[in-house]
Design a protein around this ligand. Structure first.
Ligand SMILES: [Ca+2]
Length: 270
């Protein structure tokens, strides 16, 4: 994990997942609460969608308490957060389970918006996936993840930036939604980089009037329109991608580290 944010940025958040956590430990403080139980080692670092919340189209359920954990090591990386997607019985029904989380960038701030959102900034994640799609197919109904910037006030018309977004085992991609017409994509980011061949580092740099997207330290896209100007929170949602995964489909999203920086307002976009 880069120790210094470098010129132009102030480090707000860094999580290397150094503390192991059992898979059944990601339990929310209250059933409908987004906060993890206060005794959890990541209670000040991450929040979770409540257990049982449906994902888009109800293709799967968010179930942190059955899917999330932190391993001491995975694929040569120390301290790795995992979402272990699988099918299990919930209330007598077989359901596909994964989980969605977002970092707490200012845990001592007074409002939820201040705790989780900012205007402009830099977001980096080192990640990979393992499995999660039907045997013999990397495009069939499996699991997927969107790392996304979403309006802190939940007013979608203020914008949405998804990067990296991907079907597990597919290619890393991304989307910039149109301001005031968010069901349209203003920009699409395509790569030929698979999600499961190696660790990859994806970075969004969000400046006033510019968005720059980096993959493994190479800038792959820069856009200067449809740049949000109001507070957004960053999180990562995993679940059924395009359809409900078959019961035999299982896999993992793995995250080695996350960093989030504030923009200093002075340094021009790279
Ligand atoms: Ca780590």
């Amino acid at each position: 994990m880069p120790a210094s944010p470098g010129p132009g940025w102030e480090r707000l958040y860094s999580e290397d997942f150094a503390a192991p956590a059992n898979r059944s430990s990601f339990v929310n403080e209250r059933p409908d609460d987004w906060c993890l139980a206060s005794s959890h080692p990541y209670a000040r670092s991450l929040r979770s969608y409540p257990d049982g919340w449906g994902t888009t189209g109800d293709l799967s359920l968010n179930y942190a308490s059955k899917t999330a954990g932190v391993s001491p090591t995975a694929y040569g990386a120390p301290g790795v957060f995992e979402v272990n997607a699988h099918t299990a019985s919930v209330s007598g029904q077989q359901r596909s389970l994964a989980g969605s989380f977002f970092p707490v960038i200012r845990p001592d701030a007074s409002s939820t918006q201040e705790q989780t959102a900012q205007t402009y900034g830099r977001y980096s994640v080192r990640f990979r996936t393992e499995g999660g799609y039907p045997a013999g197919s990397e495009t069939g109904a499996g699991y997927g993840t969107a790392f996304l910037l979403w309006p802190a006030n939940d007013n979608w018309s203020e914008g949405e930036i998804d990067y990296p977004e991907m079907a597990w085992g597919g290619k890393i991609s991304g989307y910039v939604h149109e301001i005031n017409n968010p069901s349209n994509n203003a920009h699409v980011i395509d790569t030929t980089t698979p999600t499961d061949d190696a660790w990859h580092t994806a970075t969004i740099e969000w400046y006033p009037n510019a968005l720059a997207f980096h993959l493994d330290a190479v800038m792959i896209k820069k856009v200067t329109d449809n740049v949000p100007t109001t507070p957004l929170r960053w999180g990562f949602q995993s679940g059924g991608h395009s359809a409900t995964p078959a019961p035999e489909v299982q896999g993992k999203l793995l995250i080695d580290w996350i960093t989030i920086d504030a923009y200093d307002g002075a340094t021009p976009p790279r």
